[in-house]
Ligand binder design. Structure first.
Ligand SMILES: [Zn+2]
Length: 289
């Protein structure tokens, strides 16, 4: 069932668990993610990153197919535009049928971030589309540009931002980075940031760059008030490893079988994270059956 992200996150917020948002960029990853959620009776969010959509196949090809999968699903599925960085693109995404968008103006000034988010919320409201925004900055593991404490979200700013915009959910920075963590490296989280913002606003909060953060960090982040956990790199790595293994075993393996062979490993990774955030058996469709 295709639903709004706000509905999923409001329930998660009331019941203090997290919903996984998996970065998918093609049908196989969306298929694997939705099937993993079905096997766990869990709600799920498909995050389609603007950068991926621009680089590969395009919104007009990918979105209708993923909406089709969501409509067919036995669990609730929301589809969110991840890191929408241009106003025109976000509007196009809303018009094309996304049930949620992230407007990411976090690199701009606080005032501009508030203004752009308010504008997008007004536009999104007409179509009952949820809006995620971000305050603070997130580094990327690539080039060792990890998130440092200067990039962390200032809780006072986040609280002011939420009051000014009434955004559906807010992404905050408190220790995670985008990308694959180096082996053995587990980032340190500043949970006080999450607690302070949650206490003052009671809004759904979002952790970006969940890959490689460690189960304990994610569990505690959810306890403190995170309701959406974004993971992309770990699922893609599972798929890439599956391809590599198959090529090593048989360089001439049928390509269809090889791509099909990425689905189970992706599903396993999604299920691993669903268990951590506590959304197993939280889907309302499966509860009424
Ligand atoms: Zn992100």
């Amino acid at each position: 069932m295709y639903v709004s992200m706000g509905v999923l996150l409001d329930k998660a917020n009331r019941e203090n668990y997290g919903v996984m948002a998996i970065n998918c960029f093609n049908l196989e990853s969306a298929f694997a993610t939705i099937h993993a959620a079905e096997e766990m009776n869990s709600p799920i969010i498909i995050d389609l990153l603007m950068e991926h959509l621009k680089k590969h196949l395009g919104l007009k090809v990918v979105l209708p197919a993923v909406i089709g999968l969501a409509r067919e699903a036995k669990v609730q599925v929301a589809i969110n535009l991840d890191h929408g960085k241009s106003e025109d693109y976000v509007k196009e995404a809303i018009n094309a049928g996304f049930s949620s968008v992230m407007i990411d103006a976090s690199e701009k000034s606080f005032e501009e971030n508030v203004k752009e988010t308010q504008k997008m919320i007004r536009f999104a409201k007409r179509k009952e589309v949820s809006v995620e925004a971000e305050v603070g900055g997130m580094g990327a593991v690539a080039n060792e540009n990890f998130t440092n404490t200067d990039m962390y979200t200032n809780p006072e700013e986040a609280i002011e931002f939420i009051k000014a915009t009434d955004v559906t959910a807010l992404a905050i920075s408190f220790g995670s980075s985008h990308g694959i963590m180096p082996k053995g490296y587990i980032p340190k989280f500043d949970f006080e940031i999450v607690k302070k913002i949650k206490k003052a606003t009671s809004k759904p909060l979002v952790l970006h760059g969940g890959s490689g953060c460690g189960a304990d960090n994610i569990r505690k982040a959810v306890e403190c008030g995170i309701n959406k956990v974004n993971v992309g790199s770990d699922v893609m790595k599972a798929q890439l490893d599956a391809l590599y293994k198959q090529i090593q075993e048989n360089r001439n393996k049928d390509f269809v079988e090889m791509v099909e062979g990425t689905i189970e490993p992706a599903k396993e990774m999604v299920k691993y994270y669903i268990n951590i955030v506590g959304s197993r058996n939280k889907d309302i469709l499966s509860q009424t059956v």
